[in-house]
Design a protein around this ligand. Structure first.
Ligand SMILES: [Zn+2]
Length: 278
């Protein structure tokens, strides 16, 4: 046996020995809590999360070409859709009576409460939409906590500052999806800082910002900035080369990271007849 082969054998033997020493139930529990969860970014505030067993939730799908200049891609599968609040850029256009981008039999969750979806527990907390918007529906905003694969993943919707009570109820957060853009459309800089301090996520995923490559005119959508100007001021920023990333408890960063996804390649820039004529 060569030296490196021997080392590898001992590593293998100690792994096997360690696993045998653990009780079967304990090992199963540990394995269950360290399985990869897939997060995909569609665009704007919309993500799809896939559990280790393949359960899928779609969070805050937007309506095509309302405020945002691009379409919601057809055929995005999900077992359940989570909606934070009834605004067109979060509810698929449902509250405006538009054709929603999910099949009619899909389970839709809007209200606070706890739901078990296979190997994923989804908990909604009653929050409040950031000022000054959403007065027409009482500024309700459900914050979603997904407990999956041992991770605690939170999507804030368009929530404003968190009360101590809400932050305490949410508890420990590993991955946080939060509305951030360089014009501070939803949350101001100090409010972003306060929520980060309250929840201290290992991974912060910005959302709800302008996608330059998907917008035809520079002034649109109104009052919504991009993410790069904001990210420049931050440390620990990682730009992903993909719209899809696996997360697991064992692979969480030791130092907090800001992870910026690409939007899904299924979301295309709008067709521009003028550009094609040239
Ligand atoms: Zn919004």
């Amino acid at each position: 046996m060569q030296a490196h082969a021997r080392t590898r054998f001992f590593q293998w033997a100690s792994l096997v020995g360690g696993a045998l020493a653990t009780s079967a139930a304990g090992a199963q529990e540990a394995a269950k809590d360290n399985q990869p969860v897939i997060i995909e970014y569609i665009a704007h505030a919309c993500f799809r999360v896939t559990s280790p067993s393949g359960k899928q939730v779609l969070i805050d799908p937007y309506a095509s070409r309302v405020w945002l200049g691009y379409d919601f891609p057809p055929g995005v599968r999900a077992d359940t859709v989570l909606i934070s609040h009834p605004h067109y850029d979060h509810d698929g256009g449902e509250s405006q009576g538009r054709a929603v981008p999910w099949p009619s039999k899909t389970l839709i969750l809007r209200q606070p409460g706890t739901n078990q979806l296979g190997d994923m527990t989804v908990v909604g907390y009653a929050g409040k939409h950031a000022d000054p918007w959403g007065k027409e529906f009482g500024q309700i905003n459900t914050i979603w906590l997904l407990k999956v694969g041992g991770l605690r993943i939170v999507h804030l919707g368009d929530n404003g500052p968190l009360t101590e009570g809400t932050a305490g109820a949410i508890g420990h957060v590993d991955v946080l999806m939060m509305p951030i853009d360089s014009q501070f459309h939803i949350l101001k800089a100090d409010q972003i800082a306060a929520i980060r301090a309250q929840l201290s996520p290992a991974v912060l995923i910005p959302m709800h910002y302008r996608h330059d490559d998907l917008e035809a005119s520079p002034g649109k959508p109104e009052q919504l900035g991009g993410i790069d100007e904001w990210a420049k001021q931050e440390s620990g920023v990682r730009y992903l080369g993909s719209f899809k990333q696996e997360f697991s408890v064992g692979a969480l960063p030791r130092k907090p990271e800001v992870v910026i996804f690409k939007h899904s390649p299924l979301v295309k820039p709008p067709h521009d007849p003028e550009a094609e004529e040239k």
